[in-house]
Design a protein around this ligand. Sequence first.
Ligand SMILES: C[S@@+](CC[C@H](N)C(=O)[O-])C[C@H]1O[C@@H](n2cnc3c(N)ncnc32)[C@H](O)[C@@H]1O
Length: 217
Amino acid sequence: MVHAKGHDTLSPPNWPEGITYLTKPRLPPTFPPQLIPLISPNANTNSKTFHIKPIKHPSNVHIKRIDRDGHPAKGQCGLFAKSKIKGGELIIPYIGMIHSTIIPDDLDQVLPEQEDEHSSSDYDLSLLRLSSSDIRNPFPGMHVSIGVDAARMGNAARFVNDYRGLPGITGPNAEFRLGSGESGELRMEIWSLKCGVGKGEEIRVSYGKGWWGARKG
Ligand SMILES: C[S@@+](CC[C@H](N)C(=O)[O-])C[C@H]1O[C@@H](n2cnc3c(N)ncnc32)[C@H](O)[C@@H]1O
């Protein structure tokens, strides 16, 4: 375990240099306080931040550099099971930087000038989208989306690869699910599928056709 500047705590083995290790989601100071109760229902309504219990690195998974020929992510890292994981288990919550986009509801997509670092991130997952007619939406006439991006900071969940193209593999053994943490906070999680994950096996999800479609050509 390595404890570097900016990390929440000691990072697990094989954690890459330059990425901040988190034990709870990071909320930037620019995050609109009106949106905090939507992702953290137990937060004090006047709160400009949210308090979440730190999440430990699970002992049954590890980050491993992929050196297998034919693996499409060779040279990168993946997340592997250290011991057998049964079907239907929470493997690890997905932690990163929480961010929001607020755009007029009549725009059907973010304009180029509104794009930020998260728009092109390969580590960004959506947590919540609200149309202007949603009664929970605090911004009249606006469309709100909230996401979690682990490109620059996160936990071991950021290393989960997609199953496509992996040698001898025909499908995922895990999936992303929206869930809530111990403090009631909205979060993305990685759960094992019915088949479970064998000891030493790579944990692999489907990023979805949309994810791959956006990156073609
Ligand atoms: C969320 S990251 C996964 C962790 C990444 N392997 C790493 O070491 O940081 C997503 C990136 O992993 C790679 N990746 C994941 N699954 C892949 C697959 N099935 N085929 C090719 N590249 C993949 C791509 O470079 C993608 O942009």
